[in-house]
Design a protein around this ligand. Sequence first.
Ligand SMILES: Nc1ncnc2c1ncn2[C@@H]1O[C@H](COP(=O)(O)OP(=O)(O)OP(=O)(O)O)[C@@H](O)[C@H]1O
Ligand SMILES: [Mg+2]
Length: 343
Amino acid sequence: MTCPVIGFDLGHSACKLTFDAPVGVRRMLFPSIACLAQAISSPAEAERAKAETVEVGGRDWFVGDTARHQGKAATASGLNDRWVETDEFAALVELAKRRIGAAGVKGQQFWIVGLPVGSYVPHRDAVGKRMTSILGQDARVLVMQQPDAAYFAHIYTRQGGLRPGVSPTNESWAVVDVGYFTTDFVLYENGRYIESCSGRYDGVRVVAETVMRALEARGIKRTLIDIERILPVGKLRHMGEEVDVSMEIDDAFAQLFSNIFDQASRLLGDRVELLSGVLVAGGSASALATRMKAVWRHTRLVSDDHQEDCAALHGSRFIISEGYYRYGKAKQYLEGMNLATAG
Ligand SMILES: Nc1ncnc2c1ncn2[C@@H]1O[C@H](COP(=O)(O)OP(=O)(O)OP(=O)(O)O)[C@@H](O)[C@H]1O
Ligand SMILES: [Mg+2]
């Protein structure tokens, strides 16, 4: 039986969702920030906050933009491997569940979520159980390894069939997913996952930390959440004046990308020359791919064909949730075929 598929990329900087809505495939995004709720005296603001307040463990939590504006969180949720056990994690899932319901998705649902390389084996069962306890026993939950999703976004269509011209058993693809907490690497050789060439490294968080220290040296204190938001623009306002930090950001990214490249080279070794290509996904994919291409000319971004007016809802940052979604569709399609054959 098919039911709505929800590709839920619960990232450490933002939650990204690609899902079946009554009006077609839709997307949404909210910051991965959660903190205990507090009283708000302005009636208008209190009303606004209600939409992003959820209950976890008998207490109210602010989530997303409300947590960013009203809360005192200084870092994005979960910059450690055990965050799936925390109330913050549950609060993010609760908000996603509410938003999906508000988008008109009813009845049984198939949710696909992921974990970084290295966390997958130790935490997949716990994540599956936690998700089911929040979404309800009716929900089907599948936990994948995060960067695998970029590979699936590359080989499958949105309907869950193989993309025309793609032949997994005759092709080999490496994947680099550059996220906020981690950069993840996987290799699919002739359609088979290769454990020894998969791994993980630091994510964009180290850029934010470097920029935070540089600003502190100039007497400007900002939280990691503030800094993460200015990375794409390169400037901030301090005491009413504009401060340019683009040089510090560029230098920190250059260092991170150089380290990511070294790590990818170590993992792939001479195999890189035999690959069909190196796929790059994640929020900072575009800049990383440009640099990687100078050395590995078969580097490419996983293309995103989602149509939506809002620019923040398409591009490399959404490829992981898109891959979860496509994998879910492919799985349902194959299960339907098996049933038809058996019947
Ligand atoms: N357009 C952009 N240009 C440059 N950087 C961007 C852009 N959009 C997002 N980023 C940055 O890319 C980083 C990674 O974003 P992404 O959404 O892939 O991380 P995540 O999935 O939340 O983290 P993780 O995968 O580690 O859990 C973030 O720090 C974000 O600020
Ligand atoms: Mg990610």
